[in-house]
Design a protein around this ligand. Structure first.
Ligand SMILES: C[S@@+](CC[C@H](N)C(=O)[O-])C[C@H]1O[C@@H](n2cnc3c(N)ncnc32)[C@H](O)[C@@H]1O
Length: 291
């Protein structure tokens, strides 16, 4: 089969799920990944034929995509902060806006970092690699997430330097008390579940039907559930003058900021993502001399 014919047919097959440009980008990502072709091979080499042994794997991948499965699950990885992270069903696919947490962490250069609701471990590993932080702890309740997060070294491959200290991942319920013996941290980051159950009708089926509900939703009548918990963990575990950064539902910036202010944090601020949406709350532990 000609590569150009496959690209056209596959794009058509995805049109009920995605706008045309997005459908085409997904198909191009698939062909580039499975065939090792370039983004423009079908144009620069119009006679390029798909090797017969690869037709079946391509068709299988396409049928998963046509059922709405995200391309990242089909290929088994997602890009985050320029790094390649393994993902699979049961683990949230990292979102580009979350990269801002890492960028902010890099400027703070913390010695110890705690990542609550770590999921694939994308934030924890990126901070360890890009901020050169040798003591990062990731926490999640999901055994699938913890298994993926702990195994990211395989996917990250050459991005990991020789003397690298990988993050440590532990299972805990962030809504409960922190396990004993964690020590203090200079930075606590989190991207917790924050979509209201009532927002489900606004979501695309490929997210709703394939990504884990545990990673996405909070009860509609308690949108601040995780923020109260993160504020509690931060009060107990942040070092003096330590910083916190947490991702938020854009509709609750003021309310989440109030949770951290009520817990006694200073410099509580709301930050926007690159779409101009209120996306992060930053806060700092009061130095003990100022108490
Ligand atoms: C929005 S995802 C974030 C994943 C990852 N940090 C990222 O940014 O891609 C939220 C994560 O919180 C975890 N989670 C949900 N409830 C939790 C709880 N009670 N305690 C700890 N982790 C929880 C989920 O398993 C999921 O991995």
């Amino acid at each position: 089969m000609l590569l150009s014919s496959f690209i056209d047919e596959a794009t058509r097959a995805l049109l009920g799920l995605y706008p045309r440009e997005e459908a085409r980008s997904i198909v191009l990502w698939l062909t580039q990944d499975l065939l090792g072709t370039g983004r423009h091979t079908h144009i620069t080499e119009p006679e390029y034929r798909i090797p017969p042994t690869l037709e079946e794997p391509l068709q299988q991948a396409l049928s998963r995509l046509a059922k709405g499965e995200p391309i990242q699950y089909v290929l088994g990885y997602a890009e985050f902060c320029g790094l390649r992270f393994a993902v699979r069903p049961g683990v949230l696919i990292p979102r580009p806006e979350t990269e801002d947490i890492v960028r902010r962490a890099v400027t703070l250069k913390p010695a110890r970092v705690l990542d609550l609701c770590t999921g694939s471990g994308c934030i924890a590993w990126s901070i360890a690699l890009l901020a050169g932080c040798r003591d990062v702890v990731g926490v999640d309740i999901s055994p699938v997430a913890l298994s993926v997060a702990s195994s990211q070294a395989t996917s990250l491959g050459d991005a990991i330097p020789k003397d690298f200290a990988p993050p440590v991942f532990i299972q805990a319920d962030v809504l409960g008390a922190p396990p004993a013996g964690l020590g203090n941290f200079g930075l606590i980051v989190s991207n917790p579940p924050y979509i209201l159950e009532s927002e489900k009708p606004l979501m695309r089926p490929n997210v709703l039907e394939h990504e884990p509900a545990l990673a996405l939703f909070v009860p509609s009548d308690d949108p601040l559930l995780f923020y109260r918990a993160i504020a509690r963990w931060s009060r107990l575990l942040l070092a003096d003058s330590g910083h916190g950064i947490t991702e938020i539902n854009e509709n609750f910036g003021r309310e989440v900021a109030a949770v951290f202010a009520a817990e006694g944090f200073i410099n509580v601020g709301t930050e926007e993502d690159f779409f101009g949406k209120k996306r992060f709350i930053t806060y700092q532990k009061r130095p003990s001399t100022a108490l």
